[in-house]
Design a protein around this ligand. Structure first.
Ligand code: FES
Length: 165
């Protein structure tokens, strides 16, 4: 098929405005359309994805994490501010998918105001439960927020131990 051929096939301009079936489009293009699984996110997950909470960065943070996911190429950064052993501020940035962004957003909400020990006990299941569940295919992505949080706490504890030694 020559470039532009598919736009010249029909004699009727009205064809441009007719809704076509996927089979007709495949026939017209001479190729199969991509069919993939459709993930259904609940309203809370969609809201956290479209309006993620605690996005940004913290200047002079007490703990910092930067994780990459080699399977998809996305990355995640997370900053924490700690005062009297409590998370007083937490921010994140992510290039990840809907599941990664929504669960990271919820992770920051669960961690805010908690002690370091309480924060360490937050699991991926806690985050998913707080969101009312997410589609199964997002299993690994949904752990990025919790993984980054643990790494940021590790960074904070390491800095603290250097200061006290
Ligand atoms: S696909 Fe990369 S974080 Fe989900």
């Amino acid at each position: 098929m020559k470039r532009g051929d598919r736009y010249r096939r029909s004699d009727s301009w009205k064809d441009l405005y007719r809704k076509k079936t996927p089979e007709e489009i495949e026939l017209e293009l001479g190729m199969e359309l991509l069919h993939g699984p459709i993930l259904f996110y609940n309203e809370l997950v969609a809201d956290h994805c479209m309006n993620p909470r605690n996005v940004g960065e913290i200047a002079g943070a007490d703990g910092y994490a930067h994780l990459g996911d080699p399977t998809c190429g996305d990355w995640m950064r997370l900053w924490i501010k700690v005062d009297a052993n409590r998370i007083t501020d937490i921010k994140f940035q992510s290039t990840g998918c809907a599941g990664a962004i929504a669960t990271s957003s919820m992770t920051t909400i669960l961690a805010m105001g908690k002690t370091i020990e309480e924060t360490k006990r937050i699991t991926g299941e806690d985050v998913i439960a707080a969101l009312g569940g997410i589609p199964g295919r997002n299993g690994d992505c949904s752990l990025s927020g919790v993984s980054a949080l643990r790494e940021a706490i590790g960074d904070y504890e390491q800095k603290k131990s250097h200061l006290s030694s």
